[in-house]
Design a protein around this ligand. Structure first.
Ligand code: SF4
Length: 282
């Protein structure tokens, strides 16, 4: 059996840098505080907690003089203001590509366009993007786009981890609703690369495995993408979720993972598939 792991499976550079910054901070200060989990992955959150990273609800919960880390997917302006007023030690782990989305959405708003963000309602990244301008409308699906009123002039950005297919479908509908439409494609390049590789691997493999937490919208979207190409696609959170019957009589397994999945989980899954294959051949 051949196992192919997608080149860009797992951590994107933004998440990797943020996790490393959190570890560096725990080493330097003994602990670091975060408003919510650093990534949507239980293993990463647990390992970081063991090294001294603490999740709190508000900036008031951060002890004096302790550092607070603002996560990769961006932070609303009110929290930046509050941290400044409180003179807090902020470690900014916002991904540069998220900063870029914030810049782009502000430029569109300066041109007096109404603003649309294509993304998941309530997702921290989307909330922080929409927070950069007044009255942004969030659209997560073609159904929501169909319900929109007609506008004369609008600007659109997307959450960094959206699939090209969902964005394209929504844009096709928006073109029938908005006369002067300016779209900035802010799906980030690590996401685009991972999606392309998943489509290609799911197409050429007998079984496709996507590793990621079910709390990660990104991982669920990648699984959906794989399923569209290959019905033998499965999402697992770790090696324990793999089932022997998936791997009987197959020649090739493709593996990829969401942007919040650490390398060691990918390795564990690969190892377990190799073991299952040996059991089947015995
Ligand atoms: S998914 Fe893209 S935008 Fe988000 S942290 Fe990773 S590289 Fe940055």
């Amino acid at each position: 059996m051949k196992i192919i792991v997608a080149k860009d499976a797992g951590y994107c550079f933004g998440v990797r840098d943020a996790v490393n910054m959190a570890y560096d901070a725990t080493e330097k200060y003994g602990s670091v505080y975060m408003l919510g989990d650093i990534v949507h992955n239980e293993r990463v959150v647990k390992d970081l907690a063991n090294s001294g990273a603490k999740v709190v609800e508000t900036l008031d919960d951060v002890p004096n003089d302790s550092p607070v880390l603002f996560r990769a997917h961006g932070t609303v302006n009110e929290l930046w203001e509050e941290s400044k007023q409180k003179n807090m030690n902020v470690i900014d782990a916002t991904c540069p590509l998220v900063h870029e989305i914030h810049r782009e959405i502000k430029k569109l708003a300066e041109k007096k366009r109404k603003i649309i963000v294509i993304g998941d309602h309530g997702h921290d990244e989307v909330v922080a993007i929409a927070n950069q301008v007044d009255n942004a409308v969030i659209i997560s699906s073609p159904e929501e786009a169909r319900q929109m009123k007609k506008w004369r002039k609008a600007g659109v950005v997307s959450q960094s981890t959206q699939t090209i297919e969902n964005v394209q479908e929504i844009m096709n509908i928006l073109m029938t609703k908005v006369f002067d439409l300016h779209f900035v494609n802010t799906i980030c390049f690590p996401t685009k690369r991972n999606q392309e590789q998943i489509k290609m691997l799911a197409d050429t493999s007998d079984v496709m495995i996507i590793i990621g937490s079910f709390t990660s919208a990104n991982s669920k979207r990648l699984t959906q993408l794989a399923l569209e190409k290959n019905k033998n696609s499965f999402q697992v959170t770790c090696a324990d979720d793999l089932k022997k019957e998936w791997f009987e009589n197959i020649r090739q397994v493709g593996i990829s993972a969401g942007a919040s999945t650490p390398d060691e989980l990918i390795e564990e899954v690969k190892e377990k598939i190799l073991n299952i294959n040996e059991e089947i051949l015995d």
